[in-house]
Write a protein that binds this ligand. Structure first.
Ligand SMILES: Nc1nc2c(c(=O)[nH]1)N[C@H]1C(S)=C(S)[C@@H](COP(=O)(O)OP(=O)(O)OC[C@H]3O[C@@H](n4cnc5c(=O)[nH]c(N)nc54)[C@H](O)[C@@H]3O)O[C@H]1N2
Ligand SMILES: Nc1nc2c(c(=O)[nH]1)N[C@H]1C(S)=C(S)[C@@H](COP(=O)(O)OP(=O)(O)OC[C@H]3O[C@@H](n4cnc5c(=O)[nH]c(N)nc54)[C@H](O)[C@@H]3O)O[C@H]1N2
Ligand code: SF4
Ligand SMILES: [Mo]
Length: 760
């Protein structure tokens, strides 16, 4: 399919999705009575600046409050990042706050784990019980029998508590082991700083932008999307490498619908091409990099035609793309992506190769390229006072096989779950969970549930009764971001700022801000919170800035001078060699590849297509599925199926199929398919977050299909132990019959094929 044919399709894709969204089922579910009609208008409302927490990007906002209710949310006009703009989810924060299904009181389990039967208890009873169980488990099994799963701002306080208790087992923050870990590690060991949060690419000033996956537009971060749109409006060319015709691909000048799992072939061939054709930045390479000759030698056998066959792309298109990038250097953005726990062993190397290409093109510290982050004038002030004992590692650590896991302090999620299930290398008997939907987030939820059954005790701090919360012995209702203070948000972009996160209204029901909950728990465990009042903790951090909390309560944020660009003379890198590292001695020392090597995901087993997933713009994972406004916009997910495949199977848009994965697990209900040439025939695509399994989430429950429950196979990367999500395959069941996916693209001999294990 040629690009222009696809372009015709992009309109059709949007129209089709919009019409599919207007499905009769959800229109019935979201009746007018479930929408809040009683919100007064925002005219004359008090304006309280804060920060959005509907996703992890944290756009500065203004909450408009009238008669004690938040009636509207807008972007903070002072924000150099998003300005007055916020996204649909930001707007719908109101419905998160007023969600009728919110957790209202502390609860204690009264039925079996997973049943969601509880009795209401007091805060004192709930915290006493948690503290009692923590002490009991620690005494009986030692500190490492305690594990904490954390994500988001509330979790930070509890993480300090678990660290102070001496366990090596906390996981996720900020989604390291399921999300961004391999990406962070790759860039840290190449140019000495992390490339994300937000992506350190100056797209507004770029001449060419390239995205590997990174489905911006569906992956929504207001300032990033704005910066990409600004770049495109000023004539930047866009190259998108994605097996799917994503929203970004719809804007692309060159779309490369790559065979999933083969990006490393493309990158290695491009690196070689740039070197062989002398298209690289000689001055940068000579003066600022380490290991060029080794790199040159290692990649010399990778030709464009070799890559074309492995990636299943036209050689001509590959050449055009790299010529375009090289011609416009250094003002080109090789976007580092974010979510990187894709395939396992290749994940760090793939991002290393992206970073290396960035270095070869000398696009570092320049306008329209990679920029440097600038640290804020804030003092780091811990939540707990006093020196804590160093964590005494256990005889066999969960990190032993992963030399770089230490960088992320905690232990790989998959290892914590394994140890909990098996008791090896040591028992884990208590889990604390805050801000993570462990069942919808971590590969193989069946193992996660099996692990929870083995625990002596589990508590969850959450806002909503999610499927994970249903498994808790004690549930603590956190206040939402619109009802609490959180740590400052620091925007280290090309323009930098520090934003205050403050409450707009008082906590509803008996919910309490995480700071307060953590403080009372810490005291029960013999730990000492540094400040009684969260405001004092915030004020202490502001000291070096010259700004006061009083002032920030009014303005919401202050900016500080950024230094994103560097002249060549000023360049220095925070790496072992002080240079931009093509070759990593640190990796070599650990017997890990010091240079990226070819490493491809095995092709689908015969009869199956690879299961890919991603975001829809109006939802954040599973967290927003119960939000009535957002549910109304996008109530269920649809499975993208290639048109040729659908034709062969006699399927059309709107047909329903059950999905069965390579391990024999089936989707909980049929999913509607969306037939399109905008996905390769060897893959299908299912947006993530749908398919809630908690009946207590009355809006979300029963809508769509969960990708996670089909992700039963994962591989861990050898550097840090992140667990992959994209090594799973599905076929269809329709009217009780198995529909095998026809193989329409040849699989070259370099690629192995995924072997189906013993079926369950
Ligand atoms: N609306 C919304 N936005 C979000 C979030 C959200 O929940 N909702 N979550 C945020 C978070 S935490 C994250 S980490 C990011 C995630 O968003 P990204 O970092 O953009 O995630 P990716 O996995 O890079 O992108 C998904 C795309 O990768 C493509 N893809 C799949 N396999 C391959 C492959 O082998 N090669 C290539 N080149 N492409 C492939 C898929 O077709 C899909 O279009 O989104 C963030 N933004
Ligand atoms: N199959 C599959 N798995 C994935 C992904 C995927 O695309 N597909 N994406 C991966 C990525 S990129 C990431 S970053 C992770 C994200 O994984 P998670 O962060 O676990 O994502 P959510 O599903 O949004 O779960 C957030 C949980 O926090 C709760 N919560 C929300 N706000 C608050 C709050 O203010 N306080 C408290 N205490 N709790 C709150 C929500 O109710 C929910 O239970 O998932 C990863 N796992
Ligand atoms: S991108 Fe949207 S949901 Fe995320 S912080 Fe910004 S406004 Fe909120
Ligand atoms: Mo993520």
């Amino acid at each position: 399919m040629k690009r222009r044919d696809f372009l015709k399709f992009s309109g059709a894709v949007c129209a089709a999705l919009a019409s599919l969204s207007l499905d009769s089922k959800f229109v019935k579910t979201v009746s007018a009575s479930t929408m809040r009609k009683d919100l007064p208008g925002s005219l004359g409302a008090e304006e309280i600046p804060s920060v959005c927490d509907m996703c992890f990007w944290r756009c500065p906002i203004v909450a408009k409050v009238k008669d004690g209710q938040v009636v509207k949310i807008e972007g903070n006009p002072r924000s150099p990042a998003n300005g007055t703009a916020i996204c649909a989810r930001g707007n719908a924060g109101i419905q998160f706050l007023y969600d009728k299904d919110r957790l209202k009181y502390p609860l204690k389990r009264a039925g079996a784990r997973g049943e969601g039967k509880w009795v209401r208890i007091s805060w004192d009873e709930a915290l006493d019980e948690i503290a009692y169980n923590i002490k009991k488990v620690k005494e009986k099994y030692g500190p490492h029998a305690l594990a904490f799963f954390d994500h988001g701002s509330s979790a930070a306080f509890f993480r300090e508590i678990f660290e102070a208790l001496g366990t090596e087992n906390f996981s996720n923050e900020p989604a390291f082991f399921q999300c961004v870990g391999p990406n962070l590690l790759a860039y840290l060991y190449t140019l000495g700083y992390q490339a994300v949060d937000p992506a350190k690419v100056d797209m507004a000033e770029a001449k060419v932008i390239i995205l590997f996956g990174s489905h911006l537009g569906e992956n929504v971060q207001v300032s990033l999307v704005k910066s990409m749109v600004e770049g495109l409006a000023q004539g930047a060319k866009l190259i998108v490498v994605d097996p799917r015709f994503s929203v970004a691909a719809g804007k692309a000048d060159i779309w490369l619908p790559i065979r999933p799992g083969t990006d490393l072939a493309l990158l290695l061939a491009w690196i070689n091409y740039v070197i062989q054709h002398d298209l690289y930045d000689r001055e940068f390479v000579q003066n600022h990099t380490y290991g060029f000759e080794k790199l040159k030698k290692a990649v010399q056998k990778y030709s464009l035609s070799w890559a074309a066959e492995i990636c299943d792309l036209p050689e001509e298109d590959i050449r055009k793309a790299i010529d375009l990038l090289a011609r416009h250097r250094p003002h080109v953005c090789i976007h580092p992506g974010r979510h990187s726990a894709w395939y396992g062993s290749q994940d760090v190397n793939r991002h290393r190769a992206m970073a290396i290409l960035t270095g070869l093109l000398g696009t570092v510290g320049v306008k329209g390229g990679f920029y440097f982050p600038t640290e804020p004038p804030l003092e780091k002030v811990s939540f707990l006072a006093g020196e804590h004992e160093e964590i005494e590692p256990p005889e066999t650590s969960l990190k032993d096989d992963y030399p770089f896991a230490e960088l992320f302090h905690g232990s790989p999620t998959a290892e914590i779950i394994k140890a909990t299930r098996t008791g090896e290398p040591y028992p884990i008997k208590l889990w604390g969970v805050c801000g993570v939907n462990v069942i919808q987030t971590i590969p193989n939820p069946y193992q996660t549930m099996e692990a929870i059954k083995k625990l002596d005790f589990i508590f969850c701090v959450d806002i909503l009764p999610t499927e994970s919360v249903l498994w808790a012995d004690i549930v603590l209702p956190d206040a939402t971001y619109l009802e609490r203070y959180d740590g400052f948000y620091v925007g280290k972009e090309t323009r930098c700022y520090v934003a205050l996160r403050q409450p707009a209204v008082k906590p509803l029901f008996e919910s309490r801000p995480a700071y307060e909950i953590a403080k009372d728990l810490a005291k029960r465990l013999g730990l000492k919170p540094r400040y009684e009042r969260v405001e004092d903790w915030l004020e202490a951090q502001l000291k070096p800035s010259g700004h006061s909390l009083k002032e920030l309560k009014k303005t919401g944020l202050f900016t500080y001078p950024a230094k994103p660009y560097r002249s060549r003379e000023e360049l220095s890198f925070n790496t072992d060699s002080g240079k931009f590292e093509f070759y990593s001695e640190a990796f070599a020392d650990e017997d890990l590849p010091p240079l990226p090597e070819p490493d491809f995901a095995p092709a689908p087993p015969k009869g199956y297509a690879r299961l890919l997933y991603g975001r829809v713009p109006v939802h954040t994972f599973a967290k927003t599925m119960n939000n009535v406004w957002l549910h109304f916009e996008w109530p269920e997910n649809h499975l993208w199926v290639n048109d040729e495949v659908a034709k062969r199977l006699g399927l059309k848009t709107g047909d329903e199929v059950i999905l069965e994965n390579q391990d024999g697990y089936r989707s909980e209900r049929p999913v509607k398919i969306f037939v399109t040439p905008g996905i390769r025939p060897d893959a299908v695509y299912l947006p993530h977050g749908f398919g809630s399994r908690s009946p207590m989430l009355k809006t979300a429950y029963g809508h769509g299909v969960s990708d996670t429950f089909l992700v039963t196979h994962y591989e861990q990367d050898p550097f840090m132990g992140a667990s992959s999500h994209r090594n799973n395959f599905v076929r269809f069941i329709k009217d009780g019959k198995v529909l095998s996916i026809p193989e329409l693209r040849p699989v070259p001999k370099e690629l192995s094929r995924f072997e189906i294990r013993k079926r369950v």
